[in-house]
Design a protein. Structure first.
Ligand code: F6R
Length: 369
């Protein structure tokens, strides 16, 4: 059942182009029309939404953080993201015009389920994004959008994360179409690019070979830091989480702009720092800022491991290791930039002799609060 791979995780990483394609299947028409019938929200309800609140845990929470950037930009609806275990204890402001999106691969995370119940008591509309058919969270929600990643056996979320991103983009683009024709051209262009993501994911998988060697060379590091800006920041958080859970290593992620507010003091000779460089398209300022961040940490001795768009020559002089990913629109970049992070953590963990399918102390679905 592992399809010739030693671990499910390795197989699940390779299955990502298919998982992404299956999640898009039947939802994106040739003319760019989106069909998300299972959402079960009437057009009038979609137009009435005044606020979106995303709740999730762990990796699913990182998908939510990325969704916020996309939804606010495309739909102009204020969007909050919160860790499910914190959500209901802070007296959040919810009403009929609030759409709560609960993201859960398993559909069984107790923290997320309790947050869903709370949101419904407060009369919010709850949409679940979930990978397991008929699981508890979608059953208790008003609507559902299933990710079609297929079963994920490895404890660490990989293919389900990519498909959660796709599902979040679909919801954002669908809302934008339903509410706001002003951005029509941009929205249509993004839909076209989204439809092309399976090929881009395939392309990344073809080029991550060097990441394996790199990961092995870092098995003795005490700490790895991750930096990103904009949607690259949640990708950095995801990279750090993967390294903690699989390689049992200390890893921390920062918004690159926060460096100078404290974390830069951590930089010392030889410290590995993974940096996600934003796409050049449309966000030149962000791109230039991160290039200076890379220069700053390198001047202080960091070993820079840079994930950047292919052909991005501006970062090359400051990258001790350069990992190239295809050029895609900024908001979609996490779909490709996450993959080197997964491979990096997986290989590093394997180099340490860890079982990547069953990391210590962890369970695939966390059914206690
Ligand atoms: C990380 C991981 C966990 C889950 C979290 C939420 O690789 O697998 O952080 O993402 O426990 O699980 P779901 O999405 O099932 O609610």
């Amino acid at each position: 059942e592992k399809g010739g791979y030693e671990y499910f995780m390795l197989k699940e990483i390779v299955e990502q182009p298919q998982a992404v394609a299956d999640t898009l299947l039947g939802r994106v028409g040739v003319d760019g029309t989106l069909t998300l019938d299972e959402m079960r929200l009437a057009p009038s309800e979609l137009r009435d939404i005044e606020k979106i609140v995303i709740i999730a845990c762990g990796t699913s929470y990182h998908a939510g953080l990325i969704a916020k950037y996309a939804i606010e930009h495309w739909c102009r609806i204020p969007c909050e993201v919160e860790v499910a275990s914190e959500f209901r204890y802070r007296d959040p402001i919810l009403n009929r015009q609030t759409m709560v999106i609960a993201i859960s691969q398993s559909g069984e995370s107790m923290d997320t389920l309790m947050a869903v119940r709370y949101a419904r008591e407060q009369r919010a509309r709850v949409l679940a994004i979930c990978n397991v058919n008929g699981s508890t969270i979608p059953r208790e929600s008003d609507g559902v959008l299933y990710t079609h990643a297929g079963p994920e056996v490895g404890v660490a979320a990989t293919k389900t994360f990519l498909t959660q991103l796709v599902a979040c983009y679909l919801v954002g683009l669908y809302l934008a179409q339903a509410r706001n024709l002003k951005f029509g051209d941009e929205i249509n262009a993004v839909i076209e690019q989204l439809a092309n993501m399976p090929q881009q994911v395939e392309k990344v998988l073809g080029t991550v070979g060097p990441v394996r060697e790199l990961a092995k060379s870092l098995a003795d590091s005490g700490t790895v830091l991750f930096l990103g800006r904009h949607v690259g920041y949640p990708v950095a958080l995801e990279g750090a989480l993967k390294l903690k859970e699989l390689a049992y290593m200390h890893a921390e992620a920062f918004a690159a702009g926060e460096l100078k507010h404290g974390p830069i003091a951590l930089i010392e000779d030889g410290l590995p720092v993974v940096v996600v460089v934003p796409s050049r398209e449309g966000r030149g300022v962000l791109h230039d800022k991160i290039v200076s961040n890379i220069q700053e940490i390198r001047a202080r001795g960091a070993r820079t491991i840079v994930i950047a768009e292919e052909g991005d020559d501006t970062v090359r002089p400051f990258a001790d290791e350069l990992i190239e990913i295809p050029a895609v629109p900024t908001l979609l970049q996490p779909v490709v930039s996450t993959i080197p992070m997964q491979v990096f953590a997986c290989e590093l963990a394997l180099a340490k002799g860890n079982d990547v399918d069953q990391p210590r102390n962890l369970a695939k679905s966390v059914t206690v609060e």
